[in-house]
Design a protein around this ligand. Structure first.
Ligand SMILES: Nc1ncnc2c1ncn2[C@@H]1O[C@H](COP(=O)(O)OP(=O)(O)OP(=O)(O)O)[C@@H](O)[C@H]1O
Length: 812
């Protein structure tokens, strides 16, 4: 049957007068079995490891409020029952200094700890006398119990007897560990074991040991927490027969022990600023606690290896006195109970985390429980043997303590040859164990070294990686900065362009440079309130003066539908080439016939536009030539250049020409509007203007056609009038307003459809009146048209209102 090491956690309360040194509590109780520890920022764990909370499980957690009695009942009482039934037990308190180990084990006179209470219960149970606590274990009354106690101290890897007072020289004799052949376990050779008959005797022994410990501490200038104290209670259980005699047969005697250990504080010497003896102490404490930790780890590994069917490693029990002594307990000979003490109020996270980690490993160690043979009391016979001191008992039980210095050695029945072989075997066994241990230690050291090196390597790699990342980041940042700078320049350029455009727009908005457009039809005027504004007289004058700079609707159209850049065409190349040749000739002063030929070429160049001249810089060159003085200018180069320059300069006039002077068909001053152009709305305005222009052109076309028809009609009307001089007065009075009226084209703007209709009516009437005499082809063809529309009578108004006819007339 496997058993695990039992681990209890006891949290020390903060004493009433104390104030905590820990600002933020790092230990939280999750439930009865689990605590969580969050590394605070000040801890090493926070700086070096991950910062996630660490969780630790225990067999049970006792909070600050637990009473000593309750703590004892739940942790140690069950072990006492086992002990009195022949099982071994180990209780040890583990924790940093000041965490409450001694308080848990010894307690105070008013509130005793586990050890005094254990003694109390043992005597309550084995004697008929009950102490005040009255806590006891129910036992079979067929046994007699002998109780022996011993008290030892392990200090700097040496074992001392606390029940031996210091001698006159104040010297302490260190005891050695011996091998008990029968059980195969180590015991402290020469340790005084005192048989106690009552609880009082036991307390006296306990106090004696504590006093000696305090004296030794003073002698050695040590503090109590620097050593491990081991109090052992040995129970010898002997059956009694029906006649109440103790059965003397040693095979029916069971010996069990319970050790209660108050371990030294587990703090590390680097945190305690020790030197000299203190450092040695710390080193040795650390050694035994470290080995204890290693043993736990190895036992745990072996457990896992066993599960995988692998070979088990040697547990380094022999590396310290503490582990060597309690090897059997950790190997399953009885229960092992660990009391983990923590003081989260004035002990740092790192120290307690170390304790917790140890506990976490130890808690999971499972060992195979050794079953002690049960006594069959029915078959017991013989005489009683009574109680014997341990050494006598050992002899009675046949134990051979080979290397015990205090023992004389051999039994008379022992064979020296066999003893020699056994010794050799022991030596070999020891050597083998040593070798195994060295091997395990080496492996562990190598692993640690390797882990350290790996850590260093990983650290380096991390550094390299981080620096590479930084470099990369820096490069990217730089390239981004450059990119941003470039973009800024572009934005600035754009801003400049925008600015200049805005300035132009503003310039255009100024009353000095109005954007003058012909009055739009009613519909468009309504859509743009600004268009309904008319010019003030000053503005009119101004616009007159600057007529050449005014952007008219014609110019606008011309500008927006300007032909592509001349440099793209073949004419441009030729003209440019011509200019280059001309310039070369002028600069070399080759005033020969060549220059004349070139001038002729320029003069005869077809399709010269203002832009072509401007883009090829021909204008400038001609100006230059015009200003140049020629000797014997037989080809009149200078005057020809002047002429050409003027001629080319005039090419620009159609584009930026002032509005056509007023006249028939031109836009009069009243029909002009001044538009203010909002920034960024130029495009919109231009497209609006285009639409307006289109509609104006349509309108214009229609009007022209109407005028043409009217003129024709007027001619015909005149003719008809001449032919019908003899007609009734009524007719002539009807025609008189028309004949006196100005020409139709002059009235163009006043003519609307209504009037046009009247003209046609008169024309028709005159036509009808003269029809008998008329035979002209033109009129005939005209009446043919009417005939096609249907019958015509004098009063037939439907002539003009019949859809087909009316449409034909108005569609023109
Ligand atoms: N559960 C507790 N309730 C009340 N007081 C306690 C408790 N635990 C410890 N103390 C008090 O805390 C102080 C330190 O405790 P203790 O001496 O037991 O610590 P320790 O771990 O044994 O230290 P060291 O390793 O130095 O021996 C003592 O004054 C003790 O009375």
């Amino acid at each position: 049957m496997s058993i695990v090491i039992i681990a209890y956690l006891r949290i020390r309360p903060l004493a009433g007068h104390q104030t905590t040194a820990i600002e933020v509590p790092y230990l939280q109780i999750v439930d009865d079995l689990e605590v969580s520890m969050t590394p605070p920022e000040t801890s090493n764990a926070y700086r070096t490891r991950n910062r996630a909370p660490e969780r630790y499980k225990f067999t049970k957690i006792f909070t600050e409020s637990v009473a000593q009695q309750d703590f004892f009942n739940k942790t140690t009482l069950p072990l006492i029952s086992d002990l009195l039934h022949g099982e071994n037990a180990l209780v040890f308190a583990y924790g940093v200094t000041n965490s409450g180990k001694t308080y848990s084990i010894m307690g105070t006179p008013q509130d005793p700890g586990l050890l005094p209470r254990t003694l109390d219960v043992i005597f309550n149970s084995t004697r008929n006398y009950l102490s005040d606590s009255k806590t006891c274990v129910k036992l079979d009354d067929k046994f007699e119990y002998g109780i022996w106690v011993s008290f030892a101290e392990i200090y700097t890897e040496k074992i001392y007897d606390l029940l031996v007072p210091p001698d006159r020289q104040l010297k302490r004799r260190a005891l050695s560990l011996k091998y008990e052949f029968r059980s195969g376990h180590k015991y402290i050779s020469g340790l005084k074991e005192v048989k106690v008959q009552s609880i009082e005797e036991a307390y006296v022994i306990l106090r004696e040991g504590q006093r000696n410990r305090a004296v030794f501490s003073t002698i050695m200038n040590q503090t109590s927490s620097r050593s491990h104290s081991v109090f052992t209670i040995r129970i010898v259980r002997v059956p009694i027969d029906e006649d109440n005699y103790v059965i003397e047969d040693p095979s029916y005697v069971t010996v069990s022990k319970m050790s209660i250990v108050d371990l030294a504080g587990s703090e590390r010497h680097r945190n305690t600023f020790n030197s000299g003896q203190r450092l040695k102490e710390a080193g040795n404490i650390n050694k035994s606690l470290m080995v204890l930790g290693q043993c736990m780890e190895t036992l745990r590994f072996n457990q896992l290896k066993a599960a995988m069917g692998k070979r088990q490693a040697v547990v380094p029990f022999r590396h310290s006195k503490l582990t060597e002594l309690f090897k059997s307990s950790f190997e399953g000979d009885g229960k092992a109970v660990m009391v983990v003490n923590v003081n989260p109020f004035d002990t740092g996270f790192d120290e307690n985390s170390h304790v917790m980690k140890f506990a976490a490993v130890a808690k999971d160690v499972a060992t195979w429980r050794r079953i002690h043979p049960k006594l069959d009391l029915k078959s017991v016979s013989g005489s009683a043997i009574g109680y014997l001191p341990r050494d006598e008992l050992q002899i009675a039980l046949g134990d051979v303590d080979d290397d015990d210095e205090d023992d004389d050695g051999q039994d008379d029945d022992d064979d020296p040859f066999v003893d020699g072989l056994i010794t050799q075997l022991e030596d070999l066994r020891d050597k083998w164990l040593d070798a195994e241990t060295r091997c395990a230690t080496m492996e562990s050291t190598i692993r640690q070294q390797f882990a350290k090196e790996m850590q260093v390597e990983l650290g380096k790699m991390e550094e390299i990686y981080i620096s590479a990342l930084k470099r990369e980041l820096h490069d990217r940042q730089e390239s981004l900065t450059t990119e941003i700078a470039k973009l800024r320049v572009i934005v600035q350029d754009h801003d400049a362009t925008k600015q200049s455009l805005l300035e132009k727009v503003l310039e255009a908005r100024k009353p000095s440079t109005p954007l003058i457009l012909p009055q739009l039809p009613q519909q468009q005027q309504n859509s743009s309130p600004s268009q309904s504004q008319s010019q003030s007289p000053e503005q009119e004058q101004h616009s007159d003066r600057r007529a050449s700079n005014t952007l008219t609707i014609d110019n606008l159209t011309e500008l927006t539908s300007r032909t592509p850049h001349p440099s793209k065409g073949e004419a441009f190349d030729r003209f440019l080439d011509l200019r280059k040749r001309l310039r070369r000739c002028v600069f070399r002063e080759e005033y020969s016939q060549t220059l004349d030929v070139m001038m002729k070429e320029v003069e005869q160049f077809e399709g010269v536009s203002f832009e072509l001249v401007k883009e090829t810089n021909m204008g400038k060159l001609l100006k230059l030539v015009a200003q140049k003085e020629f000797k014997d200018d037989i080809y009149s180069i200078q005057s020809r250049a002047k002429q050409l320059f003027k001629q080319f300069a005039q090419l620009s006039i159609p584009i930026l020409a002032p509005p056509k002077k007023q006249g028939r068909g031109a836009f009069n001053r009243e029909s002009m509007v001044v538009l203010s152009v909002d920034a960024g709305k130029e495009e919109e305005l231009i497209s609006e203007m285009k639409v307006a222009l289109d509609s104006l052109q349509d309108e214009n076309q229609k009007l022209k056609t109407k005028i043409k028809y009217m003129q024709e009609g007027q001619k015909r009307l005149k003719k008809a009038f001449e032919k019908t001089r003899s007609s009734p007065r009524r007719v002539s009075s009807m025609f008189s307003p028309i004949l006196e009226a100005p020409t139709i084209s002059d009235q163009m703007s006043d003519i609307d459809d209504e009037k046009l209709l009247q003209y046609y009516m008169l024309e028709e009437e005159a036509d009808k009146a003269s029809r008998p005499q008329l035979a002209s082809d033109s009129l005939q063809s005209s009446t043919d048209d009417y005939d096609n529309c249907g019958a015509i009578s004098d009063n037939d108004e439907s002539l003009f209102y019949r859809p087909g006819c009316q449409k034909r007339r108005f569609d023109i």
